[in-house]
Write a protein that binds this ligand. Sequence first.
Ligand code: GDP
Ligand code: MG
Length: 443
Amino acid sequence: TLQDRLASVFKGLRSKGRLTEADVDSSMREIRIALLEADVNLGVVKEFIAAVKERLVGLEISKALNPTQQIVKIVNEELIAILGGETRRIRFAKQPPTVIMLAGLQGAGKTTLAGKLGRWLRSQNYSPLLVAADLQRPNAVNQLQIVGERAGVHVFAPEPGNGVGDPIQVARDSITHARNKLYDVVIVDTAGRLGIDEELMRQAADIKAAVNPHETLFIVDAMIGQDAVNTAKAFDEGVGVDGVVLTKLDGDARGGAALSIARVLGKPIMFASNGEKLEDFDLFHPDRMASRILGMGDVLTLIEQAEKTFDAEQSREAAEKLLGGKNKFGLNDFLGQMRQLRKMGPLSKIIGMLPGAGQFKDAINEIDEREIDRIEAIICSMTPKERDDVSILNGSRRARIAKGAGVEVSAVNNLVNRFVDARKMMESMAGGGMPGMPGMPGM
Ligand code: GDP
Ligand code: MG
């Protein structure tokens, strides 16, 4: 994947103390190939590489303190710029209702997104209304109704039995309905086709003219790659688009399409969908996407989540132990951190957000929650003194612990060895290896 390739470029750079011009050139070449292979639009790739190179020329690489860090920083900043810079939020109307129209190809995820948006808005105390203006497929109205029910959001649909309704009329009526019933956001779901066609464009444009939306969002399946650029262009010309929503980012094709669309259209990506469930949805954060693409993991998301879950005091204490005296970080601290970590969710998901974790994908998949239970059991079978200082664990102590935890002695040995190794690694990281991960020494 793109992430893996970029991660290996940066890994190669990191292992060099000093960078030559040739190093920089070959890295740029590799980055270029990686982007192209990830289906990023050629024009966007060229622009990106040119921007990075221009800034690199201005850098005095040979004298720089840490040239690799600087290159990573520049690549990251240019990537963020290309992804749109800052997160663009919905512009709400001064006079409600705010009207949001969803447009895009069939299967892009419009109807699903209507539910996600509705649920999200509701959680922020808005009172949204979903509108079934896709009357093309027999099941479309019903699908929106199911989605609306799951999201706890009302759906405005044509009366059943009136034959094939007119989606433009339905859309127009929905605005009146929203005014009368005091809904403050109207989300208009529209029909899609498998390919771009005239009739679809005209219908979407007519619906747009009828409801005069504050935001017209173009929904695009991130997995369709390069094609997405042309489709997006056609919609922008035919209907007019204010923002882009990427769906199915949970698939493999992360990044490529996102990079291209934002830049080619000059329109911001506003939301990202990454799953079939209603909660698999968030504002699009260019900076987080960039660090994800660069293989640095979604450190920000992780930190945010950690801040919510971690006991700050306990984490600070553990961090002080790690940074301070030798060997003071014991198994008991480890256990505390591990328990906090588990509160954040399934380990495989958390580790997936860590920097460089893409390289350990296979190992991550093998993480077995039961193994963690076993570790807890072993630590719990130790005396407080043993937990504080693993160096006192002689053979008879280890045998006693194994018995208490119901495991083989080898499992105890294994844990102790791994803990000692991990602590060494953490101590070296605390020495400046990993920036921006405060309060997470237990990892
Ligand atoms: P529409 O034709 O544009 O209205 O698309 P739908 O909302 O009906 O979605 C088409 C299919 O894609 C459905 O099976 C959805 O469950 C699925 N889908 C939508 N968004 C996502 C997403 O972010 N991730 C995944 N994996 N599937 C999605
Ligand atoms: Mg639909």
